[in-house]
Design a binder for this molecule. Structure first.
Ligand SMILES: Nc1ncnc2c1ncn2[C@@H]1O[C@H](COP(=O)(O)OP(=O)(O)OP(=O)(O)O)[C@@H](O)[C@H]1O
Length: 268
């Protein structure tokens, strides 16, 4: 039996949730403590306890409307919890080193690609320095040769690469990803997953990916949490070596565990 199987089984035996100790030597990047969020009378998140370590890749999965984006917006400081506490490293609530990327690239149509990337350096660098850093990150996402073009001439996948470059150019500690690959075709999506993994491995930021795609979650993440009706109902380690190959039996097994929790509320 592999380590992944053992961890998965352990997580399932203890449904609704068991928290195995994780890399205790690594500092905490952020933590949610008993966080709740309401919109008017509607409770969207409740009793969220989540501690994520620096450099971890976390995927957040759940059915439409379960509160995934709301959780990410709280993390990025775009909204505030109604109850409980959210803390970043050293116990401070500091959103300044968190960047968020959405399903739509949200590029400025009147700014060239390099200037769109430099938007991510607002308040950090300007002029020549901003341009050089933007070009450097464009090289990392494979778009250095498109720096002087307008966003309108890029493909959907290329626009998302620019959005990724803009999110990363300021060297965030935490990158929040709200279904960033959701609108891409299947092949472009796999290419973007590989790019994201490569950059995450080299830059070592903490990644939090909201996705509907269970295969994407287990291919990319160190850990997957499943949200159902505003609560974390499964917290699963994915301790598999990288890079991971799509379609292996180990990944399929973990996908099955997550799908069972999503649709049946339990393991097979
Ligand atoms: N600003 C808001 N005002 C009122 N209700 C909101 C607001 N933002 C989100 N909601 C509600 O909170 C619930 C959770 O929304 P959220 O966007 O977090 O879900 P989600 O899991 O990300 O869904 P999806 O996968 O469809 O994007 C939904 O019922 C939504 O209508």
């Amino acid at each position: 039996m592999t380590a992944a199987t053992i961890t998965a089984r352990r997580a399932f035996k203890s449904v609704p949730l068991e928290r195995a100790p994780r890399r205790p030597q690594t500092p905490v990047a952020f933590s949610f403590r008993n966080v709740g969020k309401k919109f008017g009378d509607k409770t969207v998140l409740e009793g969220i306890d989540l501690e994520v370590r620096e450099g971890q890749f976390l995927a957040v999965i759940g059915k439409s409307g379960c509160g995934k984006s709301t959780l990410l917006r709280l993390l990025a400081g775009l909204d505030r919890p109604t109850s409980g506490q959210l803390a970043h490293d050293a116990g401070k609530t500091d959103h300044s080193r968190t960047r968020i990327m959405f399903q739509e690239p949200r590029l400025l149509p009147w700014a060239r690609v390099v200037d769109n990337v430099a938007v991510g350096l607002t308040g950090i660098a300007k002029g020549r320095q901003a341009r050089d850093r933007s070009l450097e990150i464009l090289r990392e996402v494979g778009l250095a040769d498109r720096a002087g073009e307008w966003p309108s001439v890029l493909s959907g996948g290329q626009k998302q690469r620019v959005a990724l470059a803009r999110a990363l150019v300021g060297q965030p500690l935490i990158l929040a990803l709200d279904e960033p690959l959701g609108a891409l075709d299947a092949l472009t999506r796999i290419e973007m997953q590989q790019l994201l993994e490569r950059i995450w491995l080299s830059q070592k930021f903490t990644a939090v990916l909201v996705t509907h795609d269970v295969a994407e979650a287990v291919a990319l993440a160190d850990r997957v949490v499943v949200i159902d009706e505003g609560r974390i109902v499964l917290d699963l380690d994915i301790p598999l070596p990288r890079p991971r190959r799509h379609g292996t039996s180990e990944l399929a097994r973990l996908e099955g565990l997550i799908l069972d929790r999503l649709f049946n509320g339990e393991a097979r």
